[in-house]
Ligand binder design. Structure first.
Ligand SMILES: [Zn+2]
Length: 83
C-alpha cells in the first residue's frame, strides 16, 4: 500500500476529435468526441466545436473515465475544426 496508490496522476492526456453527426432532428451538426489515452474510454457526441464544447467533453470524460486522473488534457486533436 501507500506509495504507489498515493502517486495518483492528476492529468491524463486525451484526444479530441472534431467531427459532425446527425442530431435528433436528422440535421448534421458539429460535435466533438474525447478519448482518454490511459483507458481508451471515450465520450461524445458533445455538440459544437467551440472551446466550451471541448471543455465539456473533457469534463464529461473525467466524470465517466475509469482512470485515476482528476483532469483530462486536450493533448491531441483530430478531424477538422469548424468553429
Ligand atoms: Zn482517463
Amino acid at each position: 500500500m501507500g506509495r504507489f496508490k498515493k502517486a495518483k496522476k492528476t492529468k491524463a492526456p486525451a484526444t479530441v476529435l472534431f467531427t459532425s453527426e446527425k442530431n435528433d432532428e436528422g440535421k448534421r451538426q458539429n460535435c466533438v468526441y474525447a478519448q482518454c489515452h490511459l483507458s481508451g474510454y471515450s465520450v461524445g457526441p458533445i455538440w459544437g466545436h467551440k472551446d466550451a464544447s471541448v471543455k465539456r467533453a473533457l469534463a464529461t470524460l473525467t466524470e465517466e473515465c475509469d482512470c485515476p486522473a482528476r483532469f483530462h488534457q486536450n493533448k491531441e486533436q483530430q478531424g477538422m475544426r469548424r468553429a
